[in-house]
Design a protein around this ligand. Sequence first.
Ligand code: URA
Length: 234
Amino acid sequence: MRLNKYIASAGVCSRRKADELIANGNVKVNGASVREHGVQVEPGDVVAVNGKVIEEPADKIYVAVNKPLGYITSMDDDKGRATVAELVDDIPERLFPVGRLDYNTTGLLIMTNDGQLTYTLTHPKHEVWKTYVAVVAGVLSDTRIAKLRKGVDIGGFVTSPAKVKVIKQMPRHAVVEIKIREGKNRQVRKMFAAVGNKVQSLERTAIGDVRLGRLMSGHYRKLTRQEVEYLKSL
Ligand code: URA
């Protein structure tokens, strides 16, 4: 790996800043000062920036987790509740959830140690379509569907247009697929509440083109190279 990338991947600074540090003679590889561009770092090399040895950058890991009910999307919990960190605790790298799912929401959660991708996917500028399947109480009438599609007020915030499809209407509840681009707190629950249908269960089934598929509850799978490239391209 190139020295500037190595320094940036270790989380020290940006690649451009690393170039400056190198040019200014602030970087040593195996004890020797390095000022040229394009120096390659091999596994086992010791790199020091401003006299301090930096940790080897960890491999980037990307997984899709099927979050069960009753897990919080956090790395630890002071109330002792189960956390999504426990679902990936056999992976040595420390992975962080990309965005959040409510305690009572199940389904697709991406976890990674790639801070750049987390930033991209959660930044409002890059709003990606997220697909949910909700079971809601009562009948989801055409008028209500139209309101959800147009945008509803969820308490001081009007949602942007959603894609809504009723999969099945039963006498007392409906199964609905809803796609939204924003990620306000409890947004889907609030949107259905705004039109008068209480959410009984909620599952996220896709983030953009990355699908939950048949992944079992509480299990994870590594994302494919294509999925990672796709997410990075968003
Ligand atoms: N919307 C919700 O209401 N809850 C979630 O967990 C995700 C989206």
